[in-house]
Design a protein around this ligand. Sequence first.
Ligand code: TRP
Length: 370
Amino acid sequence: MKDIILTGDRPTGRLHLGHLVGSLKQRVELQNSGKYEQIFIEIADAQATTDNSGNIQKVKDNVIEVALDYLSCGIDPKKSTIFLQSEVPELSDLTFYYMNLVTFSRLKRNPTVKQEIEYRGFNNSIPVGFMTYPISQAADITGFNANIVPVGDDQLPMIEQTREIVRTFNRLYGEVLVEPHAVLPKNEFCKRLPGIDGNAKMSKSLGNCIYLADTKEEVEKKVMSMFTDPNHVKVSDPGKTEGNPVFIYLEAFCKDEHFEKYFKNEETKELEYKNLDELKAHYERGGLGDMKVKRFLNFVLQDTLEPIRKRRCELENNIPEVYQILFDGSDKARNIVADTLGKVKKAMGLDYRNDKDFITKQAEKYSSNS
Ligand code: TRP
């Protein structure tokens, strides 16, 4: 079977380092591996309306931010189809039919949705559309016959729910839909990057993000203000690297070549630290100050972000072209989902126009009555 990838993001803000290591890097690698038949990347603006009904403008404004972030990270519209969810109305038809294959109590058990409800303070005023967005996400995935969905671990419940919908549909109506599976980042530290304040999640609403579009100065300021081990007060104190965001970021971003570049003594040509293990060991022993580690992290992040920033600047001069990329992608996406919808309706027996046999039989039924 040919492998088809689908993934996406809600356009509710600029993308940050958590997105970069949690999904964007992996997408670019998958894209450039050339192993995949097709790659679809959805800007899920319709899904974003499910908890932003009073602020659609925010969703609308962030579409371009996300598109710019994608393109500047190396997503190439010649290899991957970037599209806008709201431009593919057939997805809503699929959602409508899938809704009957999921119980209300099943929806309420989705741990990510539960967390979001609490977090957004919906209490008993949960929008119905929000509650059902995992079903619409199943439409996003199955509409493209995607079998591979690269995501962060918070999206695993959505993929599980999609798999259940696929199995139920195929059992009731015949083998039409493809069962997808999730692909998580390989690096353990990339699955969920903490915020610069030490909170378990980097998130816009917590104000603890380093954005891909942040300037050099902003990145430096944020890194220098990062939360570390609170018990590491004096340089000579032994420090904890586990759960320490500065070291978690290093685990996620630094490579041995960064040690070569930033820890080489110019005279002796000796490396002060050969790799992250050596740096961690020194911190844990005591004698290594936070400032020095942060300065190193700043260099590593600047090296990572500089090329992204540069490409973003170029793209910002071509905004109408960026929208055109989204429209072209959406046209292509729409054709594919329309085809899936046709198959779904046919399997369910809802394809009256093409069911000549059915119409003939109906005619016979009525003529034998007369
Ligand atoms: N729910 C995802 C998020 O909040 C976005 C999304 C929408 C998505 N449709 C998808 C992710 C399909 C993967 C596959 O970021």
